[in-house]
Design a protein around this ligand. Structure first.
Ligand code: HMG
Ligand code: MG
Length: 283
């Protein structure tokens, strides 16, 4: 079997992980987690989310986390679902934004209080302004395989959002199994179809591990040509608007998997272990 020599692991724990904690994790502890992850060598870390503080109180310290991430010299991502979020992110000096739209209408409305059509229209405006500020744009498509409210999600539903992101100049697209219900067969098919339809686009695999299939799904995505993967230190997290979903696939397991396959991740496993122990104490 042929595999890439190198992959990129994007650490999303400080955002996708901590957004789902029951109690607010103090900002100072979040900073320590980010610092430990930075020392482990991640090229990019998602450290903040400029959503409404009432919707996700755990992310209310986004401006402070962004400023800290910048001071650390990190390349970091922050969620910006609308124009207000983008304005806040620009003020805080965010280099990479992440916009998110659900492939399921019901999930999108529950998550960001908009129809998919309205979200796509707003994304176009967010992308335009972000480009004026030379900000890298990630587009997330959530619920790309199934949805807790609507059941099966078709390829056409995912393609609708991907096409819109591509048409408006997105830099990369993260394909989310938000509720962790995908299996390796559908993952391989969906990523293969996406790269056939959008050969110039960079796709990232973003899998939650509800069924314990996330590692198998990573492997299926790798076989479909994906070389960028989101994961969360200690498997922290979930989505507050996706009932039953657990955390992302655990970073340390993914790094170990790739390392044992001889695929370079650039991550220092000893330092990562320290970050994992620290993250577990935050739970
Ligand atoms: P809304 O209430 O519809 O917003 O919220 P609005 O535009 O109607 O404005 C209402 C008020 O909110 C206004 O204030 C706005 O200024 C304010 P007022 O004039 O009444 O005083 N407002 C804001 N304030 C701060 N920051 C903002 C903001 N926007 C408006 N950004 C909104 C819409 C999207 C903000 C809200 O629904 C929200 O914050 N939702 C949270 C969504 C979320 O964080 N979900 C979890 C992350 S997504 C995820 O985990 C999936 C992912 O991991 C990928 C995967 O796994 O698939 C990414
Ligand atoms: Mg997620």
């Amino acid at each position: 079997m042929q595999f890439p020599k190198q992959v990129e692991i994007i650490e999303v724990g400080p955002r996708d992980g901590l957004q789902n904690e029951k109690n607010f994790v103090p900002t100072e502890q979040k900073k320590q987690l980010v610092e430990r992850l930075a020392q482990a060598g991640f090229s990019r870390i998602e450290t903040a989310s400029f959503v409404h503080p009432k919707a996700v109180p755990q992310m209310k310290d986004a401006p402070e986390m962004a400023v800290y991430s910048r001071e650390l010299g990190l390349t970091f991502l922050a969620l910006t679902p609308n124009q207000k979020a983008l304005t806040r992110a620009i003020e805080a000096g965010v280099p990479q934004i992440a916009v998110f739209v659900g492939a399921s209408e019901t999930f999108n409305e529950k998550n960001i209080n908009r129809s998919i059509a309205d979200s796509l229209a707003e994304c176009a405006e967010v992308f335009k302004k972000a480009k004026q500020h030379h900000i890298f744009i990630r587009g997330y498509v959530s619920m790309c395989f199934s949805c807790p409210y609507e059941g099966v999600i078709t390829y056409e539903q995912v393609k609708r959002i991907v096409s819109h992101f591509v048409a408006h100049g997105v830099d990369e697209i993260s394909i989310g199994d938000t509720n962790g219900q995908a299996n390796p067969k559908i993952v391989h098919e969906r990523f293969s179809q996406l790269s056939a339809d959008f050969p110039e686009m960079t796709f990232v695999a973003h899998f939650h591990d509800t069924n314990g299939f996330a590692y198998a799904n990573f492997f299926a995505a790798l076989r479909a040509g994906v070389t960028k993967f989101d994961s969360s230190v200690a498997g922290l997290g979930g989505c507050p608007f996706s009932p039953g979903a657990t955390g992302n696939v655990a970073t340390e397991k993914v790094v170990q998997l790739f390392s044992e396959m001889g695929i370079e991740t650039g991550i220092d496993e000893v330092k990562l272990k320290e970050a994992v122990l620290f993250a577990k104490r935050l739970k």
